[in-house]
Every structure is written in C-alpha cells, then in structure tokens.
Design a protein around this ligand. Sequence first.
Ligand code: PRP
Length: 205
Amino acid sequence: MAECSPAVAMVKEECADADVQGQLCQDIERVLISAEEIQDRIRELGRQIDERYSGKDLLLIAVLKGSIVFIADLMRAISIPHEVDFLATSSYGASSTSSGVVRIMKDLNEPIEGRHALLVEDIIDSGHTLAYLTRLFSARNPASLEIVTLLDKPSRREVDIELFWTGFSVPNEFVIGYGLDFNQKYRNLPYIGVLKPEVYEPGSE
Ligand code: PRP
C-alpha cells in the first residue's frame, strides 16, 4: 500500500475495519464530515421530522441514487409511521458539474395528492434538480411538500430553493462518500470526504 500523508490519517482511522485504505490513500484528500457526525445529525433530523409530521400521512421520496444511504439511516431515525417511494433523475452524467438539465429516469410508484411529501436528497448544488422536482410535485397537489438534504453547497446555487432542512453546509469542494459519487464510485464510504483534484481533473497535480 502507498504511504499516506498526515492529511489522510483520519481517512485511515474512519475505515480501519474496511479493506479499502489503499484506494483511499490514492483518491481522498481528507474527511470533511465523519461517520459519527453524520449519524448524530441524522438522529436530530429524525426527531425534528417526528415533531413536524406527527399524526400526518408522511411519504419520504428519495431522489436516486445519491440519497440511498441517507434515506436508509434517516427512515430508521424517524419514529412515526411513514412510507417511502423512489424517484430517479439524471443531470450530471459523467461530468463533475451540473448541466442544469434534469431528466426523470423513474417516476414515483404512487400518487402524492393529499399526502405530506418530504423529498430526501444527498446534496443541493446548483439547485436545478430540486427546483424542477418542486415544480413537478407541486402540480400533483400534495398536502405539503418539503425537502431534507444531507448536504447543502450554497456557494454553488443558481436557483433559489425554499422549505428545506439541511444536515450540513459544505464548501465548494468535490465531496464524495455516504451515497455521493464520482463516476458512480465512492458511494459506499461511511463518511463525507473530499476527492483529490487529480482524480477528477487528470493533469491538475
Ligand atoms: C446529484 C444529487 C442531486 C443533484 C444536485 O445527483 O444527488 O440530485 O445532483 O445537484 P443540483 O442542485 O446542481 O441539481 P446526480 O445527478 O449526480 O445523480 P446521483 O444522485 O445518481 O449521483
């Protein structure tokens, strides 16, 4: 295995039980949000969602694929009865920046009319995805429509998004892990890490 710099010592600590340190040493610059910090914040969000939606017909809508890890933990941090549904969008392709074009690859299985819909996202970046989804779902007449995102990158916003709860605000860096990918990889990391620029911009070293 390659030698790690001190900056990635926390990466090795985070993944002490996983046999992936060699790959991490090569590709991860540092841990931005630890697995423990994520779980603590999700417990708080779960409690807030319990209070907000108590006695209501709550439907969590996960926007695939990035939110799969977040919704899996979030739904178990929510005590009140609720259902889940899944929606697949595509905006980035293999690029590291948003094209601003949102396509629905898989729509919801159930109508949301009269129900309290809570969109679950891994990250709000430019805001195009959620601006589009908010318009799309509002037209279906839900009783309420709100958003919970694990990460928010406000410095990248191109369109305003309203009514959202945030786990963490993050700087404008290439974050991966805990569902977030680069070229479909790294989603399985239990923390949010910063990808080394040379990984997504070959030749930038
Ligand atoms: C990511 C993320 C959001 C969207 C946010 O999805 O999961 O859906 O981009 O970016 P925006 O605010 O600039 O619209 P992506 O298209 O990368 O797909 P994935 O969830 O399958 O990784």
